[in-house]
Design a binder for this molecule. Structure first.
Ligand SMILES: [Zn+2]
Ligand SMILES: [Zn+2]
Ligand SMILES: [Zn+2]
Length: 190
């Protein structure tokens, strides 16, 4: 975790949904946003003070903080993190969750970091666990952090290289290829 950039450490450790200290007494002052540029939790009244900053919304699911994959994917490679569906959006948990039950059998796939049993074939139960696990090898974490969010990381030559890597990793052409071309029903006379 030490090697993770400040915004990422903040994202997985902030207490969201507390009342905003900058806006006591305002209605709806719970901190349900996160500014990546400032590495700070924000309430809706804070938002006008962070124009042009990268701000993502935090949601609650099963009493835990979650972010939408669509928001996080710009900043961090979410591959391998277990996703859940919340209001038709895919979300991931920010932090590791306390396992309530011990795994019933050893076949259940455990989270690579916290060993919580995962019902899916994913590697991690949460963003925290992926960051923690990748943090054990410095390069792994660097690779997972998107170019846009890695700007504060002091690797000047790295940005250009990683933006070219950020292209689509899997060609989606397989399905198209198998689809038959629609031919005109009447064959042309020769
Ligand atoms: Zn900001
Ligand atoms: Zn505020
Ligand atoms: Zn975990």
């Amino acid at each position: 975790m030490r090697d993770a950039p400040q915004w990422l450490r903040g994202l997985v450790s902030e207490e969201f949904f507390d009342a905003c200290a900058a806006h006591p007494g305002e209605r709806k002052n719970e901190k349900n946003h996160y500014c990546v540029d400032c590495a700070a939790a924000l309430c809706r009244h804070c938002l006008p003070h962070h124009p042009a900053h990268d701000v993502i919304q935090i949601w609650k699911h099963a009493n835990s903080f979650v972010v939408r994959v669509d928001d996080l994917i710009k900043l961090f490679d979410c591959a391998g993190i277990q996703t859940h569906t919340l209001s038709d959006h895919e979300v991931v948990f920010l932090r590791e969750r306390i396992a309530r039950k011990r795994p019933a059998n050893a076949e259940i796939n455990p989270c690579a970091a916290c060993k919580r049993p995962l019902p899916s074939a994913d590697d991690y139960c949460s963003l925290f666990c992926k960051v923690k696990h990748l943090g054990e090898s410095e390069q792994g974490l660097r690779r997972a952090i998107r170019a846009a969010a890695g700007e504060d990381a002091d690797v000047p030559g790295k940005r250009r290289a990683s933006s070219s890597e950020a292209g689509p990793s899997c060609g989606g052409s397989f399905r198209n290829r198998s689809r038959k071309q629609l031919e005109p029903t009447r064959a042309p006379f020769c």
